[in-house]
Design a protein around this ligand. Sequence first.
Ligand SMILES: *Cc1c(COP(=O)(O)O)cnc(C)c1O
Length: 404
Amino acid sequence: MSKLAIHGGTPVRTKDFAEWPIFDQLEEKLLLQALRSGKWGGTGQANSPEFNNLIEQFERDFAELHQAKYAVSCVNGTIAITAALQAADVKPGDEVIMPPYTFIATASAALAYGAIPVFVDIEENTLQIDPDAVERAITPRTKAIVAVHIAGAPARMDRLLDIASRHDLRLIEDSAQAVGASFAGRPVGAIGDVGTFSFQSSKNLNCGEGGVIVTNDPEIWEKAWSVCNVGRIPNGAWYQHERIGQNYRLTELQAAILLAQMTRLEQQMAVREKNAALLDQLLSRNEAFRVVQATEGTTRHAYHLYMLRIAPNAADYIEKNDFIRKINAEGIPISYGYVPLHQNSAILDSIEQWTGERREYSCPVCERLCQREALWLHQTVMLGDEQAMHDIADALDKVASSYR
Ligand SMILES: *Cc1c(COP(=O)(O)O)cnc(C)c1O
């Protein structure tokens, strides 16, 4: 057995993975076009009819990509969730069921205005929100479910749609990690009542910072637009404000980058899918690991993350943090991933401030997977070449076998 890099052995890999972000003359051309148009922000007109409105064009193209009737662009994926919840009529004090295995923004977007997150456990094999746990957590105060398509794999949308309709709840899709993903042939985002995406730097579609809300419901679209446009209404007068909204608008410069980035999405998705299939195959040979399954019904996985698990019995002798340090030393940027949100004291404090009660949540599957099993490779790593995938699998095999 070869000596581990952490103990002075030769690392499996010394080469970098793919670069990020990726751009070329198209971004440069569209950015210059936005600059010269004189319309830099989210309102007003270009100073000459030769320039098109890039925000409008982006919203049209993105809505089409996700088979939604409407898209409202905004400053980021967190605000997109807040605006989507408000547009779906979720009021302060209303309970919103969500998974604890997600970025903090899913919960903080609700808590920003006093909607109350209720955390339910995830499924062991997929790490997605568990529909049975959702159903058990419904109370008379429940108003909505937030399905998070974690890693870029869809949550179990058929079951969640059914639960939402039987209990008259709104279904919101936090699709920040899932641009291009689909469930039963339908792109995520507008399968439920309303969905949101993020274009923050690390996301698969990136303009530095940015977000979008998609829906098929004209009423939700109008409210989301209004929340993001200081309470104005579409086609209303400039100083006509029908509700309290904020200025959450995207800029033309960001839309320019997004339009260019969208032209590469399909090709990048194909690379990640091919690499993920290879990794699935390489990892399934080693009993120390479990491949994380996509939800049954998944027709496309966006692989914002490639998630894998240390097998439950292997986790008795492979300590997660120790394992990560050893893999990193082999030149593979594997990461720890989320810590359970339902145990985050800032969130529990905020819930207490809004409700006056200290809540406790028990999500044992999430806790165990976070502490012992779940590992991540980021989407940029998944843009690497075939050799990169072999290096990842070799490093995992090498380090795992060192524990025996
Ligand atoms: C990135 C992310 C967000 C927040 O998006 P920002 O653009 O960073 O505000 C929300 N939810 C999930 C699941 C995310 O991954």
